[in-house]
Design a protein. Structure first.
Length: 152
């Protein structure tokens, strides 16, 4: 399987208008759909009182990256299940300044998640997200728990 990062980004922007409002772009996606990197531009209208990206904007970037990795891994399952975030926790580690990138990684093998879905269990799985400046300085870490809710 190969992930078309441009198509993934277009789909995210189309289905989640906030992505376009914030100017989030998608930098890369692992061929197997287990990792996605999204980027938030350095814009004054997204800054906080100290001149870096607002905490809420960083949260949105990380949650968006997590959603993109879920779409990359399970987009072919949308006809039978709806992906939903069920929990999210973020830890702000260091002041972020400038453009930031969120790297989201699927927390367990997609095949295991799909096996639960096939068995009639509503699976839950984590996505770990690291937010860093473009020089690689980690500024925040987030975990989002997702589920695939079967269509009724």
């Amino acid at each position: 399987m190969t992930i078309d990062v441009a198509a993934l980004g277009a789909g995210m922007t189309r289905s989640v208008p906030l992505v376009g409002t914030l100017g989030i772009t998608f930098v890369s996606a692992a061929p197997d759909g287990t990792e996605v990197v999204a980027e938030l531009p350095d814009r004054a209208d997204l800054h906080n009182h100290v001149g870096g990206p607002h905490a809420g904007v960083m949260f949105s970037l990380a949650e968006t990256a997590s959603g993109a990795v879920v779409l990359a891994a399970f987009g072919d399952q949308l006809d039978r299940a709806l992906p939903l975030a069920v929990d999210a926790r973020i830890a702000y580690r260091k002041l972020a300044m400038g453009t930031v990138r969120a790297t989201a990684r699927l927390g367990r093998p997609a095949a295991d998640v799909l096996a639960e879905l096939d068995a009639g269990v509503r699976p839950e799985f984590g996505v770990a997200v690291e937010i860093a400046t473009v020089d690689g300085t980690v500024t925040a870490e987030m975990t989002v728990v997702w589920t695939l809710r079967p269509h009724r």
